[in-house]
Design a binder for this molecule. Structure first.
Ligand code: ADP
Ligand code: MG
Length: 601
């Protein structure tokens, strides 16, 4: 199983503890062996880079977005401290706070237009921001000292106490690293942490269970900016000058390297990476001009050999040497996951004249449909006839060109995907969308995100164990039992057979307490016994008031299950009625079912 995801899910906490304690002891002993001011300064710089990279892990590791502004936020933080302390004589209690606040404000400002962009454009756009800030720093001479920068930055003072040199500033920096590590651990665990994992590993799946992936990315971006600003402030106080170098791309490259080498989501990775990257030039100094080549080769080897960084690699080895036993399964906690429609009168889902074109291709050509509360509605049609597109329009993944979609009388057309999920529409996917490396239980539990206090602040403030995550897992256990798949709760979702994966996806959808369940070919990969079992369970859910729209090619499965059916062909609705009417409809027979004679042939 993927060590990165697993550690986020809190699996290896007990296993990693001895390594963790050893690391802390080594770190604490190191400064006592130092003999020169130079060594102390190097160790201080290591801490500053560790802090910078801890912050970068939020956006690059946990949110999975390649941002290239981390160096810029760092430089801005350094400049704020430089300018305020040199030109205005402010103490550290102000300069440090403002060094965090300004990058935060900058991040908040640029996030809105930039975070929407897909990954490589996002990287380019963030790179542009850095260039603009560099230009500002060089041109605004009166304030920034231009190309020469500002020198004579005083040592750090906090409330009159001096932390100027040596152990003083080193202690402050490493206390900040410890606090940063604490914040990072608190925020990226539990239900919120699980929401982060699914958002970066499978955005469509995250949206389908009501998670606002953009909001998570935004929060991670702001956090990364705050950490970078703090690191910049400490840097300015440590090296006592600030120049455009602080904004140059080299800092970003160092930060990226540290994070990749150490590990994108491991707290220890940021620290180990910083130790290596800051010290490597020293250690390789004997190689002189071949240094860069050796460095480059070492880095490449790293990326190939340890894609999850050194800490990821260590964790893999540890898992082999000291296999851990999976955590005990939580007790199932009952809740009502089948919700009936709010208003009994009228259809639950109403689709009116929906058109969806892809270029010249009419995927949906004026479709109107109604699904009643508690009804099982079957949707059939040849491959490419628009069935999946229909689900994607209903769930907001595609926007219809025209037409409207109502849920329980409310127009949901044009709403965002995660809002539609929150309003009571859950779905599964034709090409299963589970997070393969996460356990079955966690895949389902994360769907409880919207039902509990799972925000960033609540997660941070919760005790050692996140109670929201505990409840979510207990609820998930209950849904898994409801589908008869609780026995595989501990397995990695990716390790399951196809049919089981489908059931897990249905469980995840049901954990959302939907009023309408959309299933895209749920019987594919199920053997006959499993099909009968699934049909029985779906019928029971429908009796509880859940409306179910099923896309299926398997007629022996669908015909006895569905109350009503419709058939699509090339984007047109060619028939609608009871299963018996559909079976006898000549248009359906010609387009899809074929005559019994043809089928036998
Ligand atoms: P079905 O689920 O009935 O097999 P789909 O709804 O997946 O069919 O596809 C209907 C038609 O729309 C197909 O011709 C398919 O190629 C096309 N289509 C679906 N999604 C897209 C897309 N994102 N871009 C372009 N064409 C698409
Ligand atoms: Mg399809």
């Amino acid at each position: 199983m993927n060590a990165v995801v697993r550690s986020v899910m809190g699996w290896s906490r007990s296993g990693i503890r001895p390594l963790f304690i050893l690391g802390i002891i080594l770190l604490a002993l190191w400064p006592t062996l130092m003999t020169s001011a130079y060594q102390m300064r190097i160790f201080t710089i290591v801490g500053i880079y560790a802090l910078l990279s801890l912050g970068y892990q939020f956006i690059f590791g946990h949110a999975g977005a390649l941002s290239l502004t981390q160096g810029t936020f760092f430089g801005v933080g350094a400049y704020v401290t430089g300018i305020l302390s040199v030109r205005y004589g402010l103490g550290g209690e102000f300069t440090v706070l403002l060094s965090i606040a300004l990058p935060l404000a900058l991040a908040a400002l640029i996030a809105a237009p930039v975070l929407r962009l897909e990954s490589h454009y996002f990287a380019l756009a963030t790179l542009g921001v850095g260039q603009v800030m560099l230009l500002v720093a060089i041109s605004w001479q009166d304030l920034t000292g231009g190309a020469n920068g500002l020198s004579g930055i005083p040592g750090l003072t906090l409330f009159g106490l001096e932390f100027g040199k040596g152990y003083g500033i080193m202690a402050v920096v490493w206390v900040c690293v410890a606090m940063g590590a604490f914040v990072s651990w608190r925020i990226t665990r539990g239900l919120y942490g699980a929401a982060l994992v699914i958002s970066r590993e499978n955005r469509i799946a995250a949206l389908s269970i009501g998670i606002d992936t953009a909001q998570l990315r935004y929060a991670m971006f702001l956090l990364s900016a705050m950490f970078a600003g703090l690191a910049g402030a400490l840097y300015a106080h440590t090296i006592r000058v600030v120049s455009p170098e602080a904004l140059e791309f080299a800092i970003m490259v160092a930060c990226l390297t540290i994070t990749v080498v150490g590990g994108r989501t491991h707290i220890a990775g940021a620290i180990l990476g910083a130790i290596l990257i800051v010290n490597l030039p020293e250690w390789f100094r004997a190689m002189e001009k071949y240094y860069l080549i050796a460095y480059g080769i070492a880095l490449l080897a790293m990326i190939v050999a340890a894609p999850y960084g050194l800490i990821g690699l260590l964790e893999q080895w540890r898992a082999k040497l000291l296999p851990e036993k999976p955590p005990a399964m939580p007790p199932a906690e009952p809740f009502i996951f089948v919700r009936a429609a709010r208003s009994a009168a009228g259809p639950l889902l109403e689709i009116r004249d929906v058109h969806k074109h892809f270029g010249g291709l009419k995927a949906l050509n004026g479709i109107s449909l109604m699904v009643a509360p508690g009804q099982i509605f079957g949707l059939i049609g040849p491959n490419g006839s628009g069935k999946t597109t229909m689900l994607n329009v209903i769930t907001g993944i595609y926007r219809a060109d025209s037409g409207s979609v109502y849920l329980d009388g409310t127009d949901i057309h044009n709403k965002r995907s995660f809002v539609i999920a929150q309003s009571g529409i859950a779905r599964t996917f034709q090409n299963i969308n589970l997070v393969e490396e996460m356990s079955v239980l966690d895949n389902v539990a994360v769907a409880r995100y919207g039902f509990d206090n799972a925000g960033l602040v609540q997660t941070f403030a919760a005790g050692r164990i996140d109670p929201a995550w505990k409840r979510a897992r207990s609820n998930a256990m209950y849904v898994l039992e409801g589908l008869g798949v609780a026995t595989v709760a501990q397995s990695a979702a990716g390790s399951l057979a196809y049919g089981l994966k489908r059931k897990v996806e249905i469980a995840r959808a049901l954990a959302l307490e939907p009023r309408l369940l959309l299933l895209d070919e749920p019987a594919a990969g199920l053997n006959e016994g499993e099909q009968l079992d699934l049909a029985d369970r779906l019928r029971a859910f429908a009796r509880g008031g859940l409306a179910i729209l099923v896309i299926e090619h398997n007629m022996p499965f669908l015909m006895p299950l569905a109350e009503r059916m419709a058939c699509l062909d090339y984007g047109d609705l060619i028939a609608e009625g009871t299963p018996a009417e559909i079976r006898a409809n000549p248009l359906v027979i010609e387009a899809y079912l074929g005559t019994p004679e043809e089928k036998r042939a």
